[in-house]
Ligand binder design. Structure first.
Ligand SMILES: [Mg+2]
Length: 305
């Protein structure tokens, strides 16, 4: 059985290879067949130094192999009894490729069709997004899917009490704001000077914290959230509980998705899929059971379900 996962794209600064060696050392999650490793060594000027740790590498390969076998088996078991399983998906960077501005995002038609097929087949299909649930629904546009917005805050009744405070805070920030109702976001993907933008937004985050709010950085974005215990993890748990399901797959690409991965802890079958990229947070990739390199590759994985 072929595992539809490829290694993460090389980073131009070579960090990728260093990171990967480090991860492989403790049995990292990359589903990379052995022959691909070999190919990589042939092309890799750093391979000589790796050969000195050949034995450790073999052990890591064994760990990797074990991990692949476990992941494939878990995917098969989900697919064998779909009415007993939930498929929960992030939207931006997971179903919809990342674009310079969030309003340009789109879910490809073939992905939409696949989500519709899953919605017919599985006990639960849900999208948990940083957008509002309404916006996520507009973007994905598939009926029969449960949409939960604001990283799960929409399922937490106490979040709404902070809305006014958050909007007042945002009005005092000299940066374009994306209003998501229960949260606000400051994007800096298109900033002319990204370092300066990040420096400014770090100050904003400090001010937000001092004001009793909960700032959080994601992929080229600072989000200001209410200080309530609600995140993608609490949302995933609630959705699965309500549906009476103890088997699930979750796929996501960003820091907030790590919470969702943890939300699967303790289930009978759990598959945590990281959609990796140059910007993928290390903690997401290292917490994943399966790593795919793009939304297109995730689509190939979903088609197996
Ligand atoms: Mg995302």
């Amino acid at each position: 059985m072929h595992v539809p996962a490829e290694r993460v794209r090389d980073r131009p600064d070579g960090r990728d290879q260093a990171d990967r060696r480090e991860r492989r050392g403790h049995g990292g999650p990359f589903l990379e067949p052995r022959e691909q490793n070999q190919q990589r060594h042939d092309d890799d000027p750093a391979a000589d130094s790796e050969e000195r740790t050949e034995e450790a590498g073999d052990e890591a390969d064994e760990n990797e192999h074990g991990r692949i076998v476990r992941a494939v088996s878990a995917l098969d078991r989900l697919a064998e009894a779909p009415d007993r399983a939930g498929i929960v998906l992030d939207v931006d960077g997971t179903l919809a490729p990342i674009v310079p501005r969030p309003e340009q995002a789109a879910v490809p038609e073939e992905t939409r069709q696949e989500v519709a097929r899953l919605a017919d087949r599985y006990g639960l299909v849900a999208c948990v997004s940083g957008r509002t649930g309404q916006d996520a629904k507009r973007l994905v546009g598939v009926d029969g899917v449960r949409y939960v917005g604001s990283h799960g805050l929409e399922l937490e009744p106490s979040a709404a009490r902070w809305s006014e405070e958050i909007h007042r805070f945002a009005a005092g920030v000299d940066w374009p704001v994306e209003d998501k109702g229960l949260t606000v976001s400051f994007h800096y993907r298109e900033a002319e000077d990204e370092d300066a933008a990040l420096e400014y937004l770090k100050e904003v985050a400090e001010r937000a914290r001092a004001a009793g709010l909960a700032p959080r950085f994601g992929r080229k974005v600072l989000e200001i959230r209410p200080p309530v215990e609600a995140h993608k993890g609490t949302a995933v748990r609630q959705l699965l509980q309500e549906a009476g399901l103890r088997r699930a797959l979750y796929a996501g690409d960003d820091t907030t998705d790590v919470d969702a991965f943890r939300g699967l802890d303790g289930l009978e079958i759990a598959v945590r899929v990281a959609v990796s990229s140059d910007e993928a947070p290390e903690e997401l990739v290292s917490a994943a059971d399966v790593v795919v390199s793009s939304p297109a590759e995730l689509l190939r994985l979903l088609r197996r379900l």
